[in-house]
Design a protein around this ligand. Structure first.
Ligand SMILES: *Cc1c(COP(=O)(O)O)cnc(C)c1O
Length: 486
């Protein structure tokens, strides 16, 4: 064993005088802790204007070298006013998680190690960590053990990679090799996706050359769930290559399609089923919520984010595929200079759209290792509990209406104006809430109505955060009401 570590000449920094890294990394460490400690009492939103940020950051291209530690100090000082407190407990915009301590620390190590995760040969530990973390994630999400995994930047690229595998497979079954022949002259692919699908599905179809007009929208119910009976009628008589996109977690309402039923109907018609489960698929990790995603394991590919509900730092997503050959046929790359494990080791270039890339598996591994199955279930359930508390506390107020069934972590809130201009009033409450600073949430339009959108996705959020936020929102609603023309 002793001989496996060959002696190499080392020119390490002198330990007593420190290395070139001590100053900048020590500064980054102190500044990071200061930032994280400040999250509980600073305004969540940003008050700095674009002009102020440019004033602090722009300047002539530096000609001379600068001291790295001073560069870090100056960077932090200039950026802090423009940093949104998304890592804190009262950011409820979009669907944005925080970063758990283990995941954040592993992310720092990822940068220090600076591994190129494309191939086993260049990054053996990263390759094995991805193997293990991919298996763990599939188990947590209730996916088939033989599914292949790709560590991508997020839901967008997970949808892209999953749909690329789908494109390969449905055309292969029709006798067409899209990888060599391209799409010109190929049998047309039809895609069925709900009218409540995420925009990244359409964008992935653009990237894939399938085009957004290849999509037929399937109607949804009032919550945004695909009407699978309608899907069945639409698929009747369909021949040729077909892809069905199901959704686990509507980005506004959190509603979950009945994936088991959809898979049955779609598979009967010979379709590939891709599941966009960017945040909602984590419901599988909770024994209490798992029934919401019953049958999800029957699908052919899945997209999920780790930077949302798993609370891994940006960026981190996973694509899974029940047909590893289709996955690697769509993604793989070969070149004489790229060593390839040929079965004994896993090379991520077989499953990713990138070649050189960050070793995202380390942070996912650390997140799962630190939380465990129970910790992840608890994180997901806690967020859902807080979402229900928001809904209950806000809708107790006579001028507030919750528009969705709160099945997960998403709440859609509407404020009712005395003069009937509910859209205008809702938007003005939202503006005030964003400026007031206790919390931050975004707005949306749901079924034609303006709404405030609350997404509880952070491991940090606790009852006190919810309490402070509800009070602030109701105060903003009262103030906005006061300002309205009577
Ligand atoms: C967030 C989200 C996406 C996109 O994920 P990114 O990580 O932002 O690329 C796709 N689908 C759904 C349902 C989402 O919520």
């Amino acid at each position: 064993m002793g001989d496996t570590q060959p002696k190499v000449p080392v020119e390490a920094g002198d330990a007593t005088h420190g290395s070139a890294f001590d100053g900048p990394l020590g500064e980054a460490y102190r500044q990071a802790l200061t930032h994280l400690a400040g999250l509980s009492h600073r305004p969540v939103g940003v008050r700095a204007t674009p002009a102020q940020l440019r004033e602090a950051l722009a300047g002539p291209l530096p000609e001379e070298p600068s001291d790295p530690q001073h560069v870090v100090t100056a960077l932090v000082e200039a950026c802090e006013p423009g940093v949104v407190a998304t890592a804190g407990g009262r950011f409820f915009g979009f669907v944005i998680g925080g970063a758990t301590p283990a995941a954040l620390a592993a992310d720092w190590m990822t940068s220090a190690w600076d591994q190129n995760a494309a191939m086993y040969a260049a990054a053996p530990a990263a390759a094995v960590v991805e193997e293990v973390a991919g298996t763990w994630a599939a188990q947590l999400l209730g996916l088939p053990s033989e599914a292949s995994a790709g560590f991508v930047t997020g839901g967008q690229m997970a949808n892209f990679a999953g749909l690329a595998a789908a494109r390969h497979e449905v055309l292969q079954r029709a006798g067409w090799n899209v990888e060599t022949e391209g799409l010109a002259g190929a049998p047309p692919i039809r895609i069925m996706a709900s009218d409540g699908r995420h925009e990244t599905i359409d964008r992935a179809l653009r990237f894939l050359g399938l085009g957004t007009s290849a999509v037929t929208s399937v109607p949804t119910d009032a919550q945004g769930r695909m009407d699978h009976a309608a899907l069945g009628r639409m698929l009747a008589g369909e021949r040729g290559p077909l892809i069905v996109c199901a959704q686990v977690g509507n980005v506004n309402s959190g509603a979950i399609d009945q994936v088991g039923e959809i898979c049955q109907i779609a598979h009967d018609a010979g379709a590939w089923v891709h599941v966009d489960g960017a945040f909602g698929l984590w419901a599988s990790a909770s024994p209490r919520l798992r029934s919401l995603v019953a049958g999800v394991e029957l699908a052919d590919s899945w997209a999920v984010d780790c930077h949302k509900w798993l609370n891994v730092p940006y960026d981190s997503g996973l694509v899974f595929c029940a047909h590893p050959e289709a996955h690697s046929a769509a993604m793989g790359i070969r070149a004489a200079y790229l060593p390839h494990g040929a079965g004994s080791t896993r090379d991520s270039l077989d499953f990713n759209p990138e070649l050189s890339r960050r070793a995202r598996g380390f942070a996912v591994y650390a997140a799962i290792a630190a939380l465990g199955r129970q910790g992840i279930a608890d994180l997901v359930e806690r967020c859902c509990h807080h979402a229900r508390t928001f809904a209950d506390r806000l809708s107790a107020h006579e001028r507030v209406e919750v528009l969705n069934d709160v099945v997960l972590n998403q709440v859609l809130v509407r404020f009712l104006a005395a003069d009937g201009d509910h859209d205008g009033y809702t938007r003005s409450v939202l503006r005030r809430v964003q400026e007031e600073g206790t919390s931050w949430m975004g707005g949306t339009t749901w079924r034609g109505q303006a709404a405030m959108r609350i997404s509880v996705s952070s491991w940090v959020t606790d009852e006190a955060d919810v309490d402070r936020t509800v009070q602030a929102v109701l105060q903003c609603a009262a103030a906005a009401d006061h300002d309205r023309p009577q």
